[in-house]
Ligand binder design. Sequence first.
Ligand code: GLP
Length: 260
Amino acid sequence: MEVIIAEGERLAELAADAVEDLLRRKPDAAIGLATGSSPLAVYDELARRHQESGLSFERARGFLLDEYVGLPADHPERYRNVIAAEVGDRVGWPETQISGPDGLADDIAEACAAYERSIAEAGGIDLQLLGIGTDGHIGFNEPGSSLASRTRLKSLTLQTRQDNARFFGDDVDAVPVHCLTQGLGTISAAGHLVLLATGRHKAEAVHQLVEGPVSALWPATIMQFHPHATVLVDEAAASRLQLAGYYRHAYAAKPDWQGL
Ligand code: GLP
């Protein structure tokens, strides 16, 4: 696992570099898309590169990390709509090439299985962007999630619903109780995991993710098993890292040819 400590704007550039390098190498790559505030600066940077240097998503496939259950199709917080507004529409990504688990399906179990099939049919996800919840969740895999889980229905914790209430007019009751999320096993199957975290409120989750024992109590710790995981954090989110000095040294000494 590589940990890079830098200021927010630089983190977004690094994540955008990883996406751009991938698309230049493989224009029809499959990219896993996260919601929340953490990847927003990355999406801004990708939109800028699309405008200014023609970075193309025309052949790329997009796969949402998660989705709320039961939000009406036109609800602005439905993750499919959030991703369209924040990245898809801004980079000219054909709508039909971005998919997500169907939170409005009558048969939820079948919708989850169908989503796993669509990822497999695309040849798997090449690069998965991730944020992290204050309780250590990735996607919506709350503490206690199976470390081998696949896309399925989950109940959100009260903590997550409170954290996300800001997107629902600060009304925690308006935040759905249920969601569909790629499982920890699904996420682990992606070729490259790129997680972004900023702010002191993420410091404990980041410490556990990088340095804690692997445990369903901190679901993001599954990333310790991944052969290609990049953790991009600002100073505040890095403030509890025990080996911060070593991560800084290793990054400063990194050979240029290695890339992310
Ligand atoms: C939600 C999303 C996660 C995201 C988390 C953190 O729960 N489902 O994918 O990582 O929020 O959000 P933020 O980046 O806004 O702190």
